[in-house]
Ligand binder design. Structure first.
Ligand code: SAM
Length: 387
């Protein structure tokens, strides 16, 4: 299945964002990605976006690449092209296709075995079993209950328990399972995700918990991809940006049916403050903003939510001053979250697992679950210092 292109919608979102307050626009890290993602979507649309080479959509969790093992000449070429693209904005993908061809020839001539005689199918089964067991321990719904959509034509698809999966779909299942260890999602009716990327987590939660109403918030062009992706899967449930862009209050949408997904741009995020939110979700997103921006978002949502789930690098992302093409100006670290969530207790902070190992970038990612303290039980300034 492919997504529908709607360039007018993308243009509308981009134009509206230009008028928004700086607090709701991309900061240093994502301003760099915007420069290549928008031209890419304008040039190629969303056809096959989940299998696209060198797409910055990958940074928003949107793609499902097949990363072959064995001879990995193509991976080195891909990394080189990626760095090159970040400097120039665009880059041809033919060197990667050529390198893949060379890999195939070398692989046919010199087949490499995986350690312990593993096969690719066994690795996929191992990953799935790991997910199943983590799900079971967490009291999550079984992996078999989740049938991921293949909209956008992902690469690296394998069959598990009768459903097509990718390592990425398993990744979103594990994140969900981490949240389930503490939060009873059957009791969640309103879930707000900020930095929803392509909407992949919402896809999973919406399929497993049809009673939930979702607020899907992000900056464009990611919000545009989320709208197109989620509309392809849940055509009758998505409330378009076209219907939210002029809202003065979310009440203007009328009573929301179970399963509704409201596409809300960041500059309308303050409207969330009038809601009663059960669960606020942010994954790999706050870490890529600046502290004052995170403080503002958490200042809006924390007074009205009962639970917060975050999966982040709590030691912070790479700084721009470290010399890379992308980076933050000032790192968002654990202390920023603790201060902004003074009315919450941090009830879990555990290393975050992907299907085949801990999730590691600059450092190990952590899953964190925060629960609102009983009224009048906020942390004092002295107590902060002890955290
Ligand atoms: C690494 S991606 C993660 C996407 C998604 N949470 C996932 O895991 O698939 C980071 C997300 O944060 C969003 N983001 C970055 N800066 C933002 C900002 N200032 N306000 C809201 N969202 C932002 C990006 O657009 C992107 O979708």
């Amino acid at each position: 299945m492919q997504l529908r292109d709607d360039q007018d919608l993308l243009d509308l979102m981009m134009a509206d964002m230009r008028q928004a307050d700086d607090l709701y626009r991309p900061t240093s890290y994502w301003a760099a990605y915007e420069k290549s993602t928008v031209p890419e979507i304008r040039a190629l649309g969303l056809k096959d976006f989940r299998r696209r080479e060198l797409s910055t959509l990958a940074s928003a969790g949107a793609t499902d690449p097949w990363l072959p093992g064995g001879v990995s000449f193509a991976r080195r070429v891909r990394n080189w092209c990626w760095e090159h693209k970040n400097r120039t904005g665009r880059c041809a993908t033919w060197p990667i296709s050529l390198a893949k061809g060379i890999d195939r020839l070398l692989g046919a001539a010199l087949p490499l075995d995986l350690p312990w005689k593993l096969t690719v199918q066994q690795l996929a089964e191992l990953a799935a079993e790991h997910c199943r067991l983590r799900g079971e321990l967490a009291g999550a719904k079984p992996l078999e209950d989740f049938e991921p959509s293949m909209a956008g034509n992902p690469e690296g698809v394998f069959a598990l328990a009768g459903h097509p999966h990718t390592m990425k779909t398993l990744h979103y299942y594990l994140r969900y399972a981490a949240c389930c260890r503490h939060v009873d999602l059957e009791q969640v009716h309103v879930c707000v995700e900020l930095g929803c990327g392509a909407g992949r987590q919402i896809e999973l939660l919406r399929k497993l918990y049809p009673q939930m109403v979702f607020i899907a918030s992000d900056i464009p062009p990611q919000l545009y991809v989320a709208e197109q992706f989620l509309s392809a899967i849940f055509p009758d449930s998505v409330i378009s940006y076209r219907d939210t862009r002029e809202l003065g209050s979310l009440d203007e949408l009328g009573p929301l049916d179970a399963g509704s997904i409201v596409i809300l741009p960041t500059w309308k995020f303050p409207l969330v403050s009038a809601l009663s939110v059960d669960l606020f979700w942010n994954a790999a997103s706050f870490q890529e903003m600046e502290p004052h921006v995170v403080r503002n978002y958490l200042g809006i949502v924390s007074p009205v939510t009962d639970w917060v789930f975050m999966q982040e690098l709590f030691s912070g992302k790479t700084r721009l001053s470290d010399g890379g093409a992308t980076g933050v100006v000032e790192q968002v670290v654990l202390q920023h979250y603790v201060e902004a969530l003074s009315e919450f207790e941090l009830i879990d902070m555990s290393p975050a697992w992907g299907p085949l190992g801990l999730i590691v970038e600059e450092d190990v990612y952590h899953d964190s679950v925060w629960r609102r303290r009983p009224a009048g039980n906020a942390l004092s300034g002295d107590q902060y210092a002890q955290v």
